[in-house]
Design a protein around this ligand. Structure first.
Ligand code: S3P
Length: 441
C-alpha cells in the first residue's frame, strides 16, 4: 500500500541510536553463505525489501534459509556447485545489487535461469555486466538491444578468466565479475577507475577465496575448495546513518551519536564531505568485525559552508549525494558535485529527481551534465514532494523537511523500507516529529 511521510520542523535532534544493517553487506552475506558448505549465521541482517528479494532468489535456487529472529538468518549453504535449476523466474524486485551479483553467480552454473524485477529494475542498464560475462563465455540473452532485464542466463559452458577494464567505478559490476571468476578455469583480473566498495573482496577472502587487490586492480582465482560458512554481525549502514548525519548537522543544537556503523573507507565519503563543509563529526570506538571496520559516529549541529567534490570522494559517497544536496542547501556559498554521472542510472535519475524535488522546497539547485550545483544557504519551505519511487530520495526530502518552514509531506514513501525500514522510528527517537501514513489509492 502507498505511504506518505509527514514531517514537521525539528527544534533539535538529540540521542544515541543504531541504524539498520548495511544493505550491501547483507546481500553479500546471503549470497556467499549460500555458496559455502554448511550453515552460516548472519546477525544484524537488513530486513529491507531489497535484501529480502535476495533471500527469495536463493531459496528458489534450492538454499534453505531459517529466520529465527527478525534480523537473524541461518543460511544452509549448498556449496559452490550445489545450486539447483529454478522452476520459476527469479524476481529481484527493485534491487540492482541482487540482479547484477546474481548474474555473476548464475553465469557460473550449467543450468538456465531467468532474472527479472520491477519496472524500475527493467529500465536499469545491464549491458555493463552482460558484455564482460559474455567475454568470459557466459550465455546470456537480454531484452531490447541486449541491455535490459529480464536476463536469461545459461546453459553455460565452463567460463574462462579474462582481463577487464571497467569504464565505471561500480561495485555491482566488479562483484558480478569476481563471482563469475570463482567458476572460471583461470584467473580473472579487473581494473576499476575508482574505489568502488570492496565488501565482496573482504567477505570472500574471509571465506577462503583468493582475491588479491593491487591498487585499482583486483585478481580473483577460481575456487579450488569450498567456501567456509560465515559467522557475521552486519554493521549499521553508513548510507542510512548519512541521513542522520545531515539531519543533525543542519538542525541547530543537535547532538547525535550513531553506534556500530560500518566505516569501510570505500564508503566514508559522506563523513569527509560533511567535515569539509564544516560539520563537527567525530568517529570513535573504531574496531573491526568480520574484516569490516566499524565505529560510533558523533555529530553536532554545525554551521556549514559550500565545497566542491569530484573524483574518488564522489565514488565513496555515490548513494549519499541526494542527502548531501540537502546539506548543501543549508551551507553558505556554492556546493558543486562533479563526476557523478552514475547518479543518472540509480533507482531514478538522481540528478534530475533531486534537483526537481529540492527546488519545490525553495532550494537554489541546478543540474549539470555530471552532477549539480547548490547555492546556499536557502531557507527551505515545506510542501508536498515526491519520492519518484526512490528510497534515498524519499529520505533525503524528509530530512530537508526537518529544517524547513512549515510541514512537509513526502509521497510514495513506502520505498523507504527498501533500505532503512526503521527510518521513522530512529528519527522519532531523536525527537523529530515524523510519521508515516498509509494512503488508499
Ligand atoms: C552497491 C553498489 C553501488 C550502490 C548500490 C549498492 C553494492 O552501485 O549505488 O546502492 O552493493 O554493490 P554501483 O555498483 O552501480 O555503483
Amino acid at each position: 500500500m502507498a505511504q506518505e511521510l509527514h514531517v514537521q520542523p525539528a527544534q533539535k535532534l538529540v540521542g544515541d541510536v543504531l541504524v539498520d544493517g548495511d544493505k550491501s553487506i547483507s546481500h553479500r552475506a546471503v549470497m556467499f553463505a549460500s555458496l559455502a558448505s554448511g550453515a552460516s549465521h548472519i546477525k544484524g541482517f537488513l530486513r529491507g525489501t531489497d535484501c529480502v528479494a535476495t533471500t527469495h532468489v536463493m531459496q528458489k535456487l534450492g538454499v534453505k534459509i531459517d529466520w529465527p529472529y527478525e534480523n537473524e538468518l541461518v543460511v544452509h549453504g549448498v556449496g559452490a556447485h550445489g545450486l539447483h535449476a529454478p522452476t520459476e523466474v527469479l524476481d529481484c524486485d527493485n534491487s540492482g545489487t541482487t540482479i547484477r551479483l546474481m548474474a555473476g553467480i548464475l553465469a557460473g552454473q550449467s543450468f538456465t535461469s531467468i532474472l527479472t524485477g520491477t519496472d524500475q529494475i527493467r529500465r536499469r542498464p545491464m549491458g555493463r555486466v552482460i558484455q564482460p560475462l559474455r567475454q568470459m563465455g557466459a550465455v546470456i540473452s537480454a531484452h531490447q538491444g541486449n541491455n535490459l532485464a529480464p536476463l536469461q542466463i545459461g546453459p553455460n559452458p565452463k567460463l574462462h578468466g579474462i582481463s577487464y577494464q571497467m569504464d565505471v567505478a561500480s561495485a555491482q559490476v566488479k562483484s558480478c565479475l569476481l563471482l563469475a571468476g570463482l567458476f572460471a578455469d583461470g584467473d580473472t583480473t579487473i581494473s576499476e577507475p575508482g574505489p568502488a566498495r570492496d565488501h565482496t573482496e573482504r567477505m570472500l577472502n574471509a571465506m577462503g577465496a583468493r582475491i588479491v587487490t593491487r591498487g585499482q586492480t583486483i585478481c580473483v582465482s577460481p575456487l579450488t575448495s569450498s567456501l567456509k560458512p560465515l559467522e557475521i554481525t552486519v554493521p549499521g549502514d553508513i548510507s542510512s546513518a548519512a541521513f542522520l548525519l545531515v539531519a543533525a548537522a543542519i538542525v541547530p543544537g543537535s547532538d547525535v551519536m550513531i553506534r556500530h556503523v560500518g566505516v569501510n573507507p570505500t564508503r566514508t565519503g559522506i563523513i569527509d564531505a560533511l567535515r569539509a563543509m564544516g560539520a563537527h563529526i567525530r568517529v570513535t570506538n573504531l574496531h573491526e568485525i568480520g574484516g569490516e571496520p566499524v565505529a560510533d559516529i558523533h555529530v553536532l549541529g554545525s554551521e556549514l559552508h559550500g565545497a566542491t567534490f569530484a573524483g574518488d570522494v564522489v565514488v565513496r559517497m555515490i548513494d549519499e549525494l541526494p542527502v548531501l544536496a540537502v546539506a548543501a542547501s543549508h551551507a553558505k556559498g556554492l556546493t558543486t558535485i562533479r563526476n557523478a554521472g552514475e547518479l543518472k542510472v540509480k533507482e531514478t535519475n538522481r540528478i534530475d529527481t533531486t534537483v526537481r524535488e529540492l527546488r519545490k522546497m525553495g532550494a537554489t539547485i541546478s543540474a549539470t551534465d555530471d552532477g549539480f550545483v547548490v547555492d546556499g544557504p536557502g531557507k527551505l519551505h515545506g510542501g508536498t514532494v515526491d519520492s519518484h519511487g526512490d528510497h534515498r530520495l524519499a529520505m533525503a526530502m524528509a530530512i530537508a523537511g526537518l529544517h524547513a518552514q512549515g510541514n512537509t509531506t513526502v509521497t510514495h514513501s513506502e520505498v523507504v523500507k527498501d533500505s532503512f525500514p526503521s527510518f521513522v522510528r530512529v528519527l522519532s527517537a531523536l525527537g523529530a516529529a515524523i510519521s508515516s501514513k498509509e494512503v488508499r489509492p
